[in-house]
Design a protein. Structure first.
Ligand code: F6P
Ligand code: MG
Length: 454
């Protein structure tokens, strides 16, 4: 059940896998240790302090293993719902493998699981999130784009009166296309890549205006936006469909996802949206339940933007209230299945998490956000850029019951598929003319697989 192309590995020096395993991961871990040190210095109780010191010691061991390219050992049984899945995968496929010669996707995920273990075996710090400060901080530095969206979308979406049916449909289509792009490009603010971003850099990445969107559409190299609209516009006929988001990053990206999901609800296209997050800190910026609650509550009660006007703050509060109401009414549901924090790719989702597969197969559309989810969908392997998306995602397209799957991803790592018949030539041309095009986040794909009814 594997694709015919080799998976990227840390020792592939030409790939981003190498740079990540060699230097990005140790840097990320080093910053995480700094964060815990700040927290440590703010404690007063001896019992709590010594417990945290032991967490730091475990992080030091992990740092040592990572930089010394140690063999991957089993995960300690810390009562997490995913331990069995982790150790089964290690035993079955990665006995004796180390950080560099295990597939990159697995080794990188394993590092975040080991980081989790540093805290999950403690007494007082089980749920500590070493990335929480960074996630909150970046959102509060995103004020321009945050208010640009809230000022436009705080008032519920309504089609102007007096339009013909065709005109209404067209207005809705344009809004859908614009918000799909907002949701897509929200993925470019990724903390694991942009550790020391300036305010200006954040601003450039997050500009959301209409003109900007028209220009950025040409950077969507595999573009199924129109097919996506054709799928979504059918949902209203079913008195609203169910759309699932497999979330990626917290803060600004999650905020964009919510703006998009809000439109789907208000327009009546969807009647239910399910958001799938991670159970613990993952790939630096991914959404946990705490991040989800933090965002909704900060919009309503927070004081993140001291320079904002009363009207701007009012627009944020309005969004926050509405979104919290959706949750209370069951129109929005936040979920966190253990499978999302494993090293498995989604080629194994139907076999390793059949309950989750069944659950997703009841959805009308499953939207996977971001680079990591895309790597997992495509097995993170060296498939040619012309490979059709539904071929590249294997069982997630071909198993009986596979739902419609969309991937909204800004390209930040090696695997690129779905670029169409001329895709290989295009990729080659970019390789020559713009080395680094696969990691800059400048380009994107919006790809759709039609699924297979059960
Ligand atoms: O470390 C590499 C990576 O896994 C890439 O997938 C990407 O560069 C980043 O981390 C995560 O990006 P995203 O948040 O879009 O999944
Ligand atoms: Mg992420």
């Amino acid at each position: 059940n594997n694709p015919p192309w080799p998976a990227y590995r840390g020792y592939h020096e030409y790939s981003f896998a190498h740079a990540t395993m060699q230097s990005r991961l140790p840097t990320i871990l080093g910053k995480a240790i700094d964060d815990v040190t700040v927290t440590l210095n703010q404690q007063s109780s001896e019992e709590i302090i010594t417990d945290l010191v032991r967490c730091i010691e475990r992080m030091d061991v992990l740092m040592h293993d990572l930089s010394g390219n140690a063999k991957l050992r089993p995960i300690v049984d810390d009562n997490e719902g995913d331990v069995a899945l982790w150790n089964k995968e290690i035993a079955k496929y990665f006995q004796g493998k180390d950080f560099m010669n295990a597939p990159w996707l697995f080794a990188e995920a394993y590092k975040y699981r080991r980081l989790r273990e540093c805290f999950s075996v403690s007494k007082f710090w089980k749920d500590y999130d070493v990335f929480f400060r960074q996630k909150c901080d970046t959102f509060s530095r995103s004020s321009d784009a945050v208010f640009e969206l809230s000022m436009r979308f705080a008032e519920p979406f309504k089609i102007a009166e007096g339009m013909s049916d065709d005109e209404k449909m067209e207005a809705e289509r344009l809004m859908f296309l614009e918000l799909t792009q907002v949701c897509l490009w929200g993925n470019s603010t990724d903390l694991s890549l942009l550790i020391n971003m300036s305010e200006e850099q954040i601003k450039a990445l997050q500009s959301t205006g209409g003109e900007h969107l028209a220009a950025t559409e040409k950077n969507i190299l595999g573009n199924h936006l129109n097919d996506l609209w054709a799928t979504v516009k059918e949902l209203r006929g079913k008195t609203g469909g169910r759309v699932d988001f497999i979330l990626d990053n917290a803060g600004f990206e999650l905020y964009c996802d919510c703006v998009y999901a809000d439109f789907l609800i208000q327009s009546g296209l969807a009647s239910e949206v399910r958001f799938h997050g991670k159970r613990y800190p993952w790939f630096v910026s991914d959404v946990t339940r705490k991040d989800w609650e933090w965002l909704l509550n900060s919009l309503v009660y927070g004081q993140l933007f001291p320079k904002a006007t009363e009207i701007e703050l009012g627009s944020l509060r309005k969004l926050g209230h509405r979104w919290k109401e959706y949750e209370q009414q069951g129109k929005w549901v936040y979920e966190q299945h253990p499978f999302w924090c494993t090293g498995y790719t989604f080629w194994d989702l139907h076999s390793e998490a059949p309950d989750l597969f069944l659950h997703l197969s009841k959805s009308d559309l499953v939207i996977f956000k971001g680079d990591l989810n895309h790597r997992k969908l495509t097995y993170d392997c060296a498939a040619p850029a012309s490979t059709p998306f539904d071929v590249a995602i294997g069982p997630m397209a071909s198993s009986a019951g596979a739902p419609k799957v969309a991937s909204l991803r800004t390209i930040k790592s090696d695997v690129v598929v779905g670029l169409g018949d001329q895709g290989d030539e295009l990729a080659e041309k970019l390789d020559k003319e713009e080395p680094g095009w696969k990691i800059s986040g400048k380009y994107a794909v919006v790809l759709l697989s039609e699924g297979r009814p059960g």
